[in-house]
Design a protein around this ligand. Structure first.
Ligand code: BDR
Ligand code: CA
Length: 321
C-alpha cells in the first residue's frame, strides 16, 4: 500500500510539536511539508518553533512554509500558553534550517492540484486555526478535488470548550475559516476535545518520554513541564491531554478510535462565535461527511506516542542524532 502524502498545517505550540515528531517518526505516512499558521503564538514564533522541531527530528529535508499571520475576519487571539513564545534555546536548539520562500497557502494549492491530476489524493493534518486551509479552498474550487481528507483537531461537543465555555481554541481563533472548511465537500476526520481529553499524560509518562526519547524526548518533556497543563477539576484525575497528536495517531493507527458520522458546523458570529455543533440525526438535511472521534483507547494512544518518541532515542544511541 502506498503511504499517504501528508501536509501538516500547524501553529506550534507544544502539542503541535509532539504531533510533528510523532508524524516524522512514523513510516506509515509520508510528510511532504509543514505549513504554519498563527494561532497558539504569533506567526514568527510558530515558524521558528516548527523549524526547531523539524531540525530536532533530524528531518531538515521537510520544508517549512509561512502561511496566514492572522484570522480571516475576527480579531486575533492567541493560545492559553502564548507566553511560551519561541521555544527556549535551553529546551530546543535554535533551527539551522531556513523557512521555504513559497507561501504556505500557495503550497497547499499547488500540492492539491498535483494530487488531483495524479489521482493520489493529499491528506491535510490540520492542527491549528483553519485559516491556511480555508484560504487554499477559496482560491480555486479545484483544490478540494485534490484533498482526500482533512484530519483536524478542533471543536468541542459534549465536552465544554476550554478557550471559552462554548469553544475550543482552533475554532474560536478562526471560526470563519472553520466554517468554510466544514462547508466544503472534503471528507473530514475530527478530533474534538470530547476525545482528546480522554487520554491524559501524567508526569510519569512525560518522564518516560524524557528517558527513552533521546534529544527529542528530553525537549518534549522540557516543553511539557514548562507550564502546569493538568486540570484536576476538569479531568477528575492527574495528567494533561496532547490534543494535536491524536490526528497523527489516527493516520497511523485508526483502530485506536471509535468514530461516528456527523454533520459539523461552526458558529461564526456573535457572543458564541467558535462554538461547534454536531448533527448525528440528519436534522440539518446536509450529508454527514465528518467522521467524529467519540472514543480512544487511552493506553494504546499513549503507548504509540511514547514508543514513537523512543525511536528518536534509539537513533541518538546509534549516533543518528
Ligand atoms: C488546540 O488548541 C491549541 O492550543 C492546541 O495546539 C490544539 O491545536 C486545542 O484546543
Ligand atoms: Ca495546535
Amino acid at each position: 500500500m502506498t503511504r499517504p502524502k501528508v501536509v501538516i498545517d500547524t501553529d506550534p505550540g507544544v502539542d503541535d510539536a509532539v504531533a510533528i515528531l510523532l508524524a516524522l517518526a512514523s513510516p506509515e505516512i509520508d510528510v511532504i511539508g509543514i505549513s504554519v499558521v498563527a494561532g497558539n503564538v504569533p506567526l514568527g514564533d510558530a515558524l521558528g518553533n516548527a523549524c526547531r522541531i523539524v531540525g530536532l527530528s533530524g528531518r531538515s529535508d521537510i520544508p517549512v512554509r509561512a502561511g496566514a499571520a492572522g484570522p480571516l475576519v475576527r480579531d486575533q487571539v492567541f493560545g492559553k500558553y502564548r507566553a511560551i513564545g519561541i521555544f527556549g534555546d535551553d529546551i530546543v536548539a535554535p533551527a539551522t534550517m531556513a523557512v521555504d520562500t513559497e507561501h504556505a497557502v500557495q503550497f497547499l494549492v499547488r500540492q492539491a492540484r498535483l494530487a488531483a491530476a495524479s489521482g493520489e489524493l493529499l491528506t491535510i493534518c490540520a492542527i491549528g486555526p483553519l485559516t491556511n486551509v480555508a484560504l487554499a479552498l477559496v482560491q480555486d474550487a479545484d483544490v478540494a478535488r485534490g484533498i482526500g481528507h482533512i484530519v483536524c483537531m478542533g471543536g468541542a461537543f459534549a465536552a465544554l470548550g476550554h478557550r471559552t465555555p462554548w469553544a475550543e481554541f482552533n475554532f474560536y481563533a478562526d471560526p470563519h475559516a472553520a466554517e468554510i472548511v466544514f462547508r466544503s465537500d472534503i471528507p473530514m476526520i475530527l478530533m474534538s476535545l470530547d476525545v482528546t481529553c480522554q487520554a491524559l499524560f501524567t508526569a510519569e509518562h512525560v518522564d518516560c518520554m524524557r528517558s527513552r526519547g533521546g534529544k527529542a524526548g528530553a525537549a518534549i518533556a522540557g516543553l511539557l513541564t514548562r507550564f502546569d497543563r493538568s486540570d484536576l477539576a476538569r479531568y477528575g484525575r492527574a495528567g494533561a491531554p496532547l490534543h494535536d497528536a491524536m490526528t497523527v495517531a489516527w493516520l497511523v493507527e485508526p483502530s485506536l478510535f471509535q468514530m461516528r458520522p456527523a454533520v459539523v458546523g461552526v458558529e461564526v458570529g456573535g457572543y458564541t462565535a467558535g462554538h461547534s455543533y454536531a448533527d448525528f440525526h440528519g436534522q440539518t438535511g446536509r450529508a454527514a461527511k465528518v467522521m467524529l472521534a467519540t472514543g480512544v483507547a487511552e493506553a494504546g494512544f499513549r503507548d504509540l506516542v511514547i514508543d514513537r518518541m523512543a525511536r528518536y532515542g534509539k537513533r541518538s544511541a546509534g549516533g543518528g542524532g
